[in-house]
Design a protein around this ligand. Sequence first.
Ligand SMILES: Cc1cc2nc3c(=O)[nH]c(=O)nc-3n(C[C@H](O)[C@H](O)[C@H](O)COP(=O)(O)OP(=O)(O)OC[C@H]3O[C@@H](n4cnc5c(N)ncnc54)[C@H](O)[C@@H]3O)c2cc1C
Length: 464
Amino acid sequence: MTTRHYDVVVLGTGPAGEGAAMNAAKAGKRVAVVEASPKVGGSCTHLGTIPSKALRHAVKEIIAFNTNPMFRDIGEPRWFSFPKVLNRANKVIDKQVMGRTEYYARNRIDIFFGRGRFKDANTIEVNTYEQGPELLVADKVVIATGSRPYRPENIDFDHPRIYCSDTILSLNHTPRSLIIYGAGVIGSEYASIFCGLGVRVELINPGKKLLSFLDDEITDALSYHLRDSGVLIRHNETYDSVETTERGVVMHMTSGKKLRADALLFCNGRSGNTKDLGLEAIGLDANARGQLAVNDTYQTQVEHVYAAGDVIGWPSLASAAYDQGRAVAANMFGIEGGHFISEVPTGIYTIPEISSVGKTEAELTSEKVPYEVGRAFFKNTARAQITDEAVGMLKILFHRESLEILGIHCFGDQASEIVHIGQAIMKQPGEQNTLKYFLNTTFNYPTMAEAYRVAALNGFNRVF
Ligand SMILES: Cc1cc2nc3c(=O)[nH]c(=O)nc-3n(C[C@H](O)[C@H](O)[C@H](O)COP(=O)(O)OP(=O)(O)OC[C@H]3O[C@@H](n4cnc5c(N)ncnc54)[C@H](O)[C@@H]3O)c2cc1C
């Protein structure tokens, strides 16, 4: 068995692991990464963010082709199978893996493919797929092992008609009907994707409204548009048991209902990947959801062991995971930029897309902040009329006295891009983070940025 020494060993090559490894390598540290899968990129690249976003993009193009009258001159509406659309997603995954593999090589970071576990507080044992067992002795360790779908024991996930958000990517046909249990971000995004492929979707929400952390108006809009495109949403429903037959699945609800479909996609929660890490060898405990507690420098209770990404829980986003990873390396080695990642925008790739940053109306109201609202509807902007993307709205929440921008909430085409204009202004120092920027700045025309000017004028008119 070979023993090698490193300044830092990173477990996992998702965004959190990559951010930590790259930042440490740039600071001249000797870095190794350990990856349990045969390719770098994490669940983010192979099972989560990238495949779902590539699928959604392809589905959106299919919807555009099938609903835009101009395309009828070149042919009838067409339906594409799930495997065909998935094929497109796989090409994006390959490109991502190639690029990310290069980053590690360019930064002289050693990669060990195999599952890593603690042998003792400074030693990671890896049974590598190619070179056999290796011992990596590390001054510091980063746990960036991500998360996996929660799979309750009373559901048979080996049955060919039952899927979680990982296994759905192996679906080799297009079901005619699908129950999606769990109406969080992942469930809602897959509802849009399958509905766009012509599948009859029932979205089951154990809670009382969709994505309740969002601004109420945005949640209402999402519910309306999902229903409008054919998704049947059922709130306040929990399952009791799942019966499988040769022809499909029957979900027995505690309310007494029986829901039947060709297949079930269960996506109700995720658990941190800490089970086989050998945490007992270093005296570290995960909580019931497999997540690790960290302080505001991302340090666990063991001084030289840090953790970042989904394995520490909130916000469980690739966007934040990458920055958390970078912050870990900065904190470990005294590099600039070691802050705690607390201000994270929300990007939800349903159809329509949703994005927000800052406070919601409900939060500001409960905090008794005197705010005002400025709104712009996409259907009234020239750019949205040209691109035929009329569904959507931009809403700016601002302090009615100082005009400070307090929240940006957007739904509609490119919402997750559009929100960054507002985010950039919110981050400006002093009095530059106010509505005045949008009132006094000339934007390109026609653009979706115009919505900021329209919303700002709309809100400003309410104040004076
Ligand atoms: C369907 C879906 C859609 C999503 N969409 C978005 C989105 O649009 N935007 C967004 O920001 N986020 C999105 N997310 C969330 C995002 O994918 C995660 O937040 C992100 O992947 C977390 O990154 P990570 O580095 O913590 O972990 P991961 O990306 O999960 O990577 C962890 C890696 O660690 C490896 N590993 C595990 N155990 C070991 C071990 N013992 N030894 C070595 N390696 C190990 C795993 O194999 C994996 O490669 C989505 C998630 C899902 C499931």
